[in-house]
Design a protein around this ligand. Structure first.
Ligand code: HC1
Ligand code: SF4
Length: 581
């Protein structure tokens, strides 16, 4: 352990700690901007030390030291609030602001911008420096907007894209005043291998990277008397939406969310969790089919089966592992299954053409916007999911609609597409999809009711995990990865035939799964918030009367009335897809 003194207080920290770590232990809040440390399970630390906001004075050193990148040494004496330190921070901020658009009132990040917060904390009332300002071309993709005039070169997005996701789209290019974080040759994101995971936007401290906002289209659809507008809400949204209204992370607001959507004027408030149950029906059937063929010695069958509900993960393997396109399940994601059922079954039930029905999805994810726009998910130019908005956009919509969210009485989803089980709920956290699939697959395979519904061995936040589940005489080997870097690790092993064989693997692109999605309220690097959201979903699951997808009465009815059975021709046509290089 190393002893040091910060602002007159003594502290002992492990060797290798930084001054920032030591200050944190003492409860001294040194301001930062570029620094970001997510979680040991995720393993993300932004080491750029580029912003210099965290500088401190160290006795005996001539220069100020960045607290985030200076290791502690025995007997060190640190001051975090001298006039020299405050002057340096003020100057750094003024220099950053000298080349920053002054459009805070209209910026998508207003109220959530870390630069704005620092300018306020350090009472920057005027900027002494005036000079050239950057004017980069804005980049609009179906999921993300890039405005590099607002980039402060903190490199968090680069760390996220390169080190955590291993996609490698974003990096610092050019030199001096022209330096910017961008794809190679400054190509637009749509022309790169970007997965639209949105994790760069989730950690961007300013408005340089934000979601493509479709909330006005929702308002227009709701105001159109010729449209019937239905909404589906993803599992992870209910565990995070409350944060936008000042509630503690991990507070479930399912009932208030439904009430707010109904008050906004949606004709039907449905649940993506219903479609998650439907996904399990198809995915578990496909899994058991492949497993039985594999056990019977069929050499053509591809194992392990990989989950396919995360659109950023789908785009990742399409680009990065084109030789493995037949390994993931062909089941569409719940968002897209919902869209297909709404447009091909529910619209008919209402006696209206699909064009008259508008399907809105509320997702914790930005890649869902891109997924909804994929041409294979539309019929004659009419998409199965018309508009996909994020949890943050929903919060804005509620606020714009003058709804007092906190005073809303809980309401329940409409039927039939709003009925769901606990298995559908846990889709929103890492390990939840595979647990939902295992609950159904094991019961179907053994033809006996499960002795225990909770497969806790599949839960947790470790980036890459494995577990064994006993099914009769067979031990199923299950893998779980969240974060695309961890997924790459597993995929590479499969491709090279390394390691013990897995039977099934769940992959989610975002650290923590959908609860940590790029469209969720900003957690500003506090991964405990993501953990609390996950715990909330397990709580909702535990309190549900039905916890296995195949026992959802509305799903059973849907097969009886419309789909026949899992993997039927209709199911294949509407609920399965294929992947492209
Ligand atoms: Fe997800 Fe899914 S779990 S992908 O994270 O399979 O977005 O919440 O809606 O489609 O159900 C997201 C969440 C979500 C789908 C489901
Ligand atoms: Fe990289 Fe994901 Fe951002 Fe695309 S969305 S640039 S893959 S971090």
């Amino acid at each position: 352990m190393i002893s040091l003194n910060i602002d007159g207080k003594y502290v002992k920290v492990p060797e290798g700690s930084t001054i920032l770590d030591a200050a944190k232990q003492l409860g001294i809040d040194i301001p930062t901007l570029c620094h970001l440390k997510l979680d040991d399970a995720v393993g993300m630390v932004n080491k750029s030390a580029s912003c210099r906001i965290c500088v401190v004075e160290v006795k005996g050193r001539r220069n100020l030291a960045p607290a985030c990148a200076t290791p502690v040494v025995e007997g060190m004496e640190v001051r975090t609030n001298t006039i020299r330190v405050m002057n340096a921070r003020k100057t750094v901020l003024e220099l950053l602001l000298s080349d920053h658009p002054k459009e805070c009132l209209t910026c998508a990040k207003s109220g959530n911008c870390e630069l704005q917060e620092l300018a306020e904390r350090f009472c920057i009332r005027e900027v002494r420096f005036q000079g050239e300002e950057s004017t980069y071309k804005k980049d609009h993709s179906p999921a993300l907007e890039r405005d590099m005039d607002k980039c402060v070169m903190c490199r968090r997005c680069e760390t996220m894209c390169n080190d955590v996701q291993t996609v490698g789209v974003l990096s610092g290019i050019n030199r001096g005043f022209s330096s910017v974080v961008a794809p190679a040759f400054e190509r637009p994101l749509v022309d790169t291998v970007c997965t639209f995971c949105g994790q760069c936007a989730a950690v961007c401290p300013t408005g340089a990277l934000v979601e493509r906002d479709y909330s006005w289209q929702v308002i227009e659809a709701l105001a159109d008397p010729d449209k019937v507008v239905v909404v589906q809400t993803a599992p992870a949204v209910r565990a995070a939406l409350g944060e936008e209204f000042g509630l503690e992370p991990g507070t479930l607001v399912t009932g208030k969310m439904v009430a707010a959507l109904r008050q906004m004027g949606f004709d039907y408030v449905f649940d993506t969790d219903f479609a998650a149950d439907l996904t399990i029906m198809e995915e578990a059937s496909e899994f058991l089919d492949r497993l039985n063929r594999f056990l019977a010695g069929d050499k053509d069958v591809r194992m392990p089966i990989l989950t396919s509900c995360c659109p950023a993960w789908v785009k990742f393997f399409e680009h990065q592992f084109p030789e493995l396109l037949d390994v993931p399940s062909s089941a569409k994601s719940p968002q897209q299954m919902f869209g297909a059922v709404a447009k091909n079954f529910f619209a008919k039930k209402l006696g209206i053409p699909r064009e008259k029905l508008v399907v809105v999805s509320v997702m914790p994810c930005l890649a869902k916007k891109y997924e909804a726009s994929r041409p294979e998910f539309s019929e004659n130019g009419n998409p199965d999911v018309d508009i996909s908005i994020s949890t943050r956009e929903l919060a804005h919509l509620i606020k714009r609609s003058n709804i007092d969210f906190m005073s809303l009485e809980d309401q329940d989803f409409d039927r039939p597409l709003g009925e769901s089980t606990g298995a559908g709920v846990i889709f929103g956290t890492t390990g939840g999809v595979i647990e939902a699939a295992v609950r159904t697959a094991v019961e179907w395979a053994t033809k006996k009711p499960l002795e225990k519904i909770d497969f806790t061995e599949l839960r947790g936040m470790q980036g890459c995990r494995e577990a064994w589940v006993q099914v009769g005489d067979l031990k199923l080997h299950i893998g779980i990865a969240h974060g695309l870097g961890n997924a790459r690790h597993l995929l590479q092993a499969i491709k090279e035939g390394r390691g013990e064989m897995f039977h099934a693997i769940e992959i989610m692109a975002c650290p923590g799964g959908c609860v940590g999605g790029g469209g969720q309220p900003y957690h500003h690097g506090n991964f405990d918030i993501v953990r609390k959201r996950a715990e909330a979903l397990y709580r909702e699951d535990a309190g549900k009367p039905i916890r296995k997808s195949h026992e959802n009465p509305e799903i059973i009815k849907l097969y009886e009335e419309f789909l026949g059975k899992p993997m039927s021709e209709t199911a294949h046509h509407l609920l399965h897809t294929h992947y492209f290089k």
